[in-house]
Design a protein around this ligand. Structure first.
Ligand SMILES: [Zn+2]
Length: 136
């Protein structure tokens, strides 16, 4: 995939997440009331509705919960990258993320594979947290 792809559009809830991604760090939200973590970034804990949240840095390790190989891209910007893999990744810290699996062996991905976060350049310093197979 290339910098022709869409850039992130941070909002008030997600700006720290995207700022960290520019630095190659994966931040996730942790609730100080119930202790659980979640993704996507939001202003209320989806488990207990507390608004007392903090940012914590994920190690970026996880496992493929499920995935799909996209052969027909939804928009022209993604066509050059097809076929490509979208996946639901269960981070070791708990949250489930939706991301691409990229890298040389991405199309060989299987449910249960160990994956590691990587940061895809989207131009102007913007980077998107993605995953690659741990064996890549
Ligand atoms: Zn909570």
């Amino acid at each position: 995939m290339s910098s022709q792809l869409p850039q992130p559009e941070p909002n008030g809830d997600s700006r720290p997440y995207w700022d960290a991604a520019r630095e190659g760090r994966l931040l996730i939200r942790s609730c100080t009331s119930c202790g659980r973590m979640h993704f996507m970034p939001r202003h209320l804990c989806p488990h207990c509705w507390s608004d007392v949240l903090q940012w914590v840095e994920s190690r970026g390790d996880g496992v493929v919960h499920t995935f799909s190989v996209i052969h027909r891209a939804p928009t022209p910007a993604f066509a050059a990258g097809a076929p490509y893999v979208i996946a639901m990744i269960d981070l070791d810290e708990g949250p489930r993320m939706f991301a691409n699996v990229i890298g040389e062996s991405a199309l060989a991905v299987r449910i249960g594979d160990r994956v590691k976060v990587t940061f895809e350049d989207r131009g102007d310093g913007a980077r998107l947290p993605q995953f690659r197979r741990a064996e890549d």
